[in-house]
Design a protein around this ligand. Structure first.
Ligand code: MG
Length: 372
């Protein structure tokens, strides 16, 4: 089987509510999504998605993603999409780094491989837990009052896991954590996500002031060096998210004991193939995981759910449904959707959900192998 055509679509995904990132990063209200369709000479079609969470979150840029695909496409055409490692090496040769541009092609290859095998991607990867996965909210509010309003909005949709975005102001962060914990309901998972928004002294002040609450923080500094520097000076469990990009990051975090949890976002780490290696490093070191899209539609959520299903249930903290935060649906209600705060794995082979034929409009680029 050979990849004969790569077709690229661009789509704005407006957010239902404008989003504030921690640490004074820019507010944004729309996601720049790229969808990739791979056609094969066997008639199988695979879909991938790459949707950065704005362009101020991590080094990932919608137009840059499409430029990366433009560079890599000639080197991907002609490969057998079921040989995901061959495709990965072809992309690495054509364009070192730029993992976020590679993720949608990797995703579409796994989609085709699953269809060819007659298996959901999770099963093909050797996992396949059918236990519904709790969806974590993303609470980008600023004050304690706003936080309560947003969390209640998610609770009304069945959510029992929450990622509360903090960072940037020590006193306000302490107040929000104390207020949120006072209103926390039995059985809820709450993660306080700093999104790199603290300096080292800010991190230590908040983490020590809330030590009695035994809460968990995500990405409490800009870099792994920052997280390592404060590691011995606080008692809180830590999740590393944005600073977990490469397999080398994962092995350093595991070896040096920098975190108890990995936040694996598929687009950031380069897709399922690379994320699966991080999963194995985590499991070998007693590290639990949040597994999720970096952003995007139900396609991106479905990809993350497949990886989450390959984890032991006890190691999977939560997934995400970014689809609940956007106002357009490119798949007409199909694919994994929020059911009482959980996502359920589909029994359909491959990714299990494709865009509607007319949802994406005209392609912005198309690449074909000379022979086709
Ligand atoms: Mg995070």
């Amino acid at each position: 089987m050979k990849i004969t055509r790569i077709t690229v679509y661009r789509q704005d995904l407006p957010l239902e509510h404008p989003y504030w990132l921690s640490g004074g990063r820019l507010k944004f209200d729309v996601l720049d999504a790229t969808f990739v369709r791979l056609d094969t000479d066997a008639g199988l079609v695979g879909w991938g998605e790459g949707t950065p969470w704005g362009h101020t979150y991590v080094p990932a840029h919608g137009p840059g993603l499409r430029a990366g695909i433009d560079t890599m496409a000639p080197f991907v055409l002609g490969h057998d999409p079921r040989r995901v490692l061959d495709v990965e090496r072809a992309m690495d040769l054509a364009l070192p780094g730029h993992l976020y541009a590679k993720a949608p092609i990797d995703m579409a290859c796994w989609d085709i491989a699953g269809q060819a095998a007659g298996l959901p991607i999770a099963d093909l990867m050797g996992g396949g837990s059918r236990r519904p996965k709790p969806i974590a909210s993303s609470v980008g509010a600023r004050s304690a009052d706003e936080t309560r309003v947003v969390m209640d909005r998610y609770r009304a949709r069945g959510y029992r896991a929450h990622s509360v975005k903090i960072g940037g102001d020590v006193e306000r962060d302490i107040a929000r954590i104390r207020d949120t914990e006072a209103n926390r309901r039995p059985g809820e998972i709450v993660l306080y996500d700093v999104n790199r928004g603290w300096s080292r002294q800010q991190a230590l002040r908040v983490m020590r002031a809330t030590e009695d609450l035994q809460v968990m923080f995500e990405q409490p500094g800009e870099t792994l060096d920052d997280i390592a520097a404060i590691r011995a000076k606080h008692a809180a469990p830590v999740s590393v998210d944005e600073a977990l990009v490469t397999l080398q990051d994962a092995t350093r975090i595991a070896r040096d004991g920098l975190a108890e949890v990995f936040g694996i976002k598929l687009n950031r780490v380069g897709g399922l193939t690379r994320a699966a290696r991080m999963r194995d490093v985590a499991l070998a070191h007693g590290i639990d995981m949040f597994v999720m899209a970096t952003g995007g539609s139900v396609l991106a959520d479905a990809e993350a759910l497949h990886l989450a299903a390959t984890l032991p249930d006890s190691a999977c903290q939560a997934v995400w449904a970014c689809q609940d935060m956007i106002t357009v649906d490119i798949a007409g209600g199909r694919g994994p959707r929020n059911v009482d705060g959980h996502l359920h794995l589909s029994e359909t082979s491959g990714l299990g959900v494709h865009p509607d034929a007319d949802a994406l409009g005209a392609p912005v680029a198309m690449y074909e192998s000379p022979a086709s």
